[in-house]
Design a protein around this ligand. Structure first.
Ligand code: ADP
Ligand code: MG
Length: 402
């Protein structure tokens, strides 16, 4: 049974001041915004509110200014971009998220107008989930909307406390993201394969534990696999691994055996003596030399995974299988992405990917269209996957179960 979110479409927003928490933490390189995906995704909610003649106040963080003003983390450069996405309409800007001047700017909004407030993390109260700070923000408006799934794993003032202080609703993007994740992953069609990789087991320990309980296959790649290989007694040479987590890795392997989840660890790997070296070797995991680093999974292992995929109906993927940013160590990640994309395309499996880097890797391989769903939720996706819910999202549930 799925608990429904209170949608902003259920609220009467006409002439109301609606505080919308969005994620405008866009990638900016040397002052230039390089990817507008996050901004574009929230435009439907903004347009909806404009069409209903609400007064729209956009709230976001950018970067980690740690409670201090910093020009390079100002949201000011985003104003024009929002305006462009809204067909050139005027978008206001307030230099602070609270205070007198902001209050009067917000108060002078007319129905259908939009204003963006400055980076909420310029106040330490945001990350400290400070109630006084949240109350000050709440006093600016009538209704709160969360349309920032990607921030919803943060117990911060504008994510956690603000919705408890005023009538609160889920935005259209949040609803869509929850619907897709719930649809594919609440009761996944079996068999279920979880593919996990990336750099650190320490960061994903809770997630791996929870995936293990559910999945029929748990494929582990990336540097994370090195800690597991070490736990199995292999020498991983100069590879990245986490000494303090060898015991955890071995516990996970034992637990998997006990509950009947098949953990697939690399049987062969691609190694090099330096990360920027073009000289690489394909070898069995037992042959890694002291001065070699494992930088990708090997072809035999890839074949094993693809073979296992034959019995699979749902794949959930997080974390790249190798150092995909560097050719040729992207091969493992790209090969698996292609296999999953083609099985999805021919309707044999449902595929869901999320996280940070794996999404870039799939985009880089131009395969994102072929996955059933790609979550742009980043850390929130991982947290959601762990428990199939998030406390900050539960604040927005309808009271009764439907
Ligand atoms: P995600 O963002 O998808 O959750 P992570 O942030 O955990 O993934 O990890 C991504 C990083 O892991 C990438 O920068 C990639 O280069 C690195 N990585 C993957 N495999 C290895 C490896 N064998 N050795 C070192 N780094 C690796
Ligand atoms: Mg990452």
């Amino acid at each position: 049974m799925h608990q429904k979110l209170r949608s902003i479409e259920q609220a009467d927003v006409y002439n109301k001041t609606v505080l919308v928490r969005v994620d405008f933490n866009l990638p900016i390189v040397q002052g230039q915004i390089t990817d507008l995906t996050r901004l574009k995704k929230v435009i439907p909610t903004i347009k909806y509110l404009i069409s209903k003649e609400a007064k729209v106040v956009l709230i976001s963080h950018y970067g980690s200014p740690k409670g201090k003003f910093s020009l390079d983390m100002s949201l000011a450069p985003i104003v024009n971009k929002i305006s462009e996405e809204l067909g050139g309409m005027h978008v206001g800007f307030a230099l602070d998220v609270i205070g007198k001047s902001t209050r009067s700017k917000v108060a002078s909004l007319k129905p259908g107008e939009v204003i963006l407030l400055e980076n909420v993390r310029f106040h330490i109260g945001e990350e400290q989930n400070d109630e006084v700070f949240a109350k000050e923000i709440a006093s600016l408006g009538d209704i709160y909307v969360n349309d920032a799934f990607s921030c919803s794993h943060r117990i911060h003032a504008t994510i956690d406390t603000l919705p408890k202080l005023m009538p609160s609703y889920a935005g259209l993007l949040l609803i869509e993201e929850m619907k897709e994740l719930y649809n594919y992953l609440s009761q996944p069609k079996r068999k279920l394969m979880a593919v996990t990789g990336g750099s650190k087991i320490s960061a994903k320990l809770a997630l791996v534990h929870s995936l293990l309980k559910e999945a029929d296959y748990l494929v582990v790649g990336g540097a994370m696999a090195n800690t597991f290989l070490k736990a199995q007694g292999y020498d991983v040479g100069a590879s990245l691994y986490e000494e303090d987590y060898i015991k955890h890795a071995s516990d996970i392997l034992n637990e998997a055996k006990r509950i009947g989840c098949e953990v697939m660890l690399p049987t062969d790997v691609i190694t090099a003596k330096a990360i920027d070296s073009c000289e690489y070797r394909v070898k069995s995991v037992k042959d890694v030399q002291a001065d070699e680093m494992i930088l990708d999974v090997g072809p035999r292992f890839l074949a094993e995974v693809i073979f296992a995929l034959d019995e699979v109906k749902t794949v959930v993927w997080n974390g790249p299988l190798g150092v995909f940013e560097r050719i040729p160590f992207d091969l493992g990640t790209t090969t698996i992405a292609r296999a999953i994309a083609s099985l999805t395309f021919s309707n044999k499996i449902k595929s869901i990917a999320g996280g940070g880097d794996v999404v870039s890797a799939i985009n880089h391989a131009k395969l994102s269209e072929n996955f059933s769903y790609i979550s742009t939720g980043g850390g929130a996706f991982l947290k959601w996957l762990e428990n199939k819910t998030l406390p900050t999202i539960e604040i927005l549930y309808e009271r009764e179960v439907v």
